[in-house]
Design a protein. Structure first.
Length: 221
């Protein structure tokens, strides 16, 4: 009898915890982010679909951030809606960000992981409609971790491509580093100084040596 009562208490406690978890999930404050790349498109369809998703889940949409006619390849400083979104994340004004698709947030995996890290630091979740990603779920959390791994892989690949390109350029005879300046040409510097010491004007020396007046003034001074 006591054992049966203990089991019943345990089951009731588990049920209550599940109910609390479900209620917390359903009462989430959600911010929507919508973006289109051209002025000929409209963010309205994205917003309508995300509003419907929020209603099905029982989420409360507290605000909508929009970028109209702005490419996802542009940085945060050129996407005012996205910038406002991340500032609101920093202030934790909501519990979740919902977007139509992963490419609405950024055009590269590295950019996306950067956004995810900002959200994760403030314990703000992410829902991506087209990809079916919800970081409140175990599979969504696993996807977040996998994205971090792939982002590091992408960074490594970029570094390798850059180094390979530099090696090919060097093998082809290209001169790497900053462009050479007049100051790097010891013979020309000596000629300029000698001409100046001989009494020639800065303008004359500049014309004869094919350099700027400021360069002659700097080197001869």
């Amino acid at each position: 009898m006591l054992r049966k009562q203990a089991i019943m208490v345990h089951d009731t406690s588990l049920l209550n915890r599940n109910r609390i978890t479900m209620n917390a999930k359903r009462n989430k404050r959600v911010a929507l982010y919508v973006r289109v790349s051209t002025d000929h498109q409209s963010v309205r369809n994205q917003e309508i679909e995300l509003q419907a998703v929020a209603e099905r889940h029982g989420w409360t949409v507290v605000t909508v951030f929009k970028d109209q006619g702005i490419s996802g390849a542009k940085g945060r400083d050129q996407r005012p809606g996205f910038d406002k979104l991340l500032k609101a994340v920093a202030r934790r004004e909501f519990d979740m960000v919902a977007a139509w698709s992963v490419d609405r947030l950024g055009r590269s995996l590295i950019d996306l992981v950067g956004v995810l890290q900002e959200l994760h630091a403030k314990r703000v979740d992410l829902y991506l409609h087209q990809q079916g990603i919800d970081t409140t779920t175990p599979s969504g959390k696993a996807m977040f971790q996998m994205m971090g791994v792939f982002a590091e892989f992408e960074r490594s690949m970029v570094r390798e491509r850059v180094m390979a390109g530099l090696s090919r350029a060097k093998a082809g005879g290209a001169r790497l580093g900053r462009p050479a300046t007049v100051a790097d040409d010891a013979a020309k510097v000596q000629t300029i100084r000698a001409a100046r010491a001989a009494g020639k004007s800065i303008r004359t020396i500049a014309r004869e040596q094919g350099v700027g007046i400021g360069t002659v003034s700097r080197l001869a001074g």
